[in-house]
Write a protein that binds this ligand. Sequence first.
Ligand code: CA
Length: 281
Amino acid sequence: MRLLSIALSLLLICAAAYAQQAPVVTITTDPVPAAVNMLTNPGFEQGAGEDGAPVGWQINTAAPEDFTFEPIGNARTGEVAWRVNTDSPGMSGYIQQNVPVADDTEYRAWTWLRLQGGRYMMLLRGLVQPPDGAAYRFDQRTEIISTRNHWLAPLYLSPEHLQGPPPDEWILMPLTITAPAGLGTVQVWLGSYFTASEMHFDDTYFGPARCTVTLGIESESPIRDVILRDMTSGRPIFRDDAPGGVTTYQTTVPEAPIADAYYVVLQTAAGEHAELVLANQ
Ligand SMILES: [Ca+2]
């Protein structure tokens, strides 16, 4: 009887928790990334040009015969995403676009990535000719690796030993740089770095690095703590650990890293709520 009453109590607690609507979180950015994006054909909706590269982009590899570059459906947004595939770890292969940049200016780049296997890399590169000094190469990069298509799988490597992001999920991969004086043009490279790879890109961005974020929350349960996070690791962009138990909350965060999505973590009287919030929806 006592067990039954404990079970009933638990059920009631669960029911109460489920009765509570999840908080509704909205984010807008000023500017909106699409309005200041410096890339041509960032979402690949214009498809492929005669050279087989996405319109506005070029293909960059020393072994084109090893690679498939092609538009595909099942996009993140619109009708088209871009696929980079290779069965060979012998060479790297990228799509590339060149963008003019101002001296000593911060920029941000990203792609949404669906990585089904291999080593994805974004490089932001160029040749710097300083006003008074020797030329040097600029090269910054970000990467992520998935072993989900490892050649030993699934026979010798069981699924739990394969690592990487969920293969059917679009993830946001940003990188922020400061263009040094004399860079002039930055090359945006997106592709596969010396692995057998299957990766898809959509909704790419290169442009201003900062924006003003407006964060709004509607919660049935009193809000006790608000954290806004960027996709990249590090300190939160914003935290309010004393919002005073309000249920309607709004704040403005200037000079935040611009992005299409942010992580928001809330503590409410009903518990924790963590969500990847798409901006400007
Ligand atoms: Ca698209």
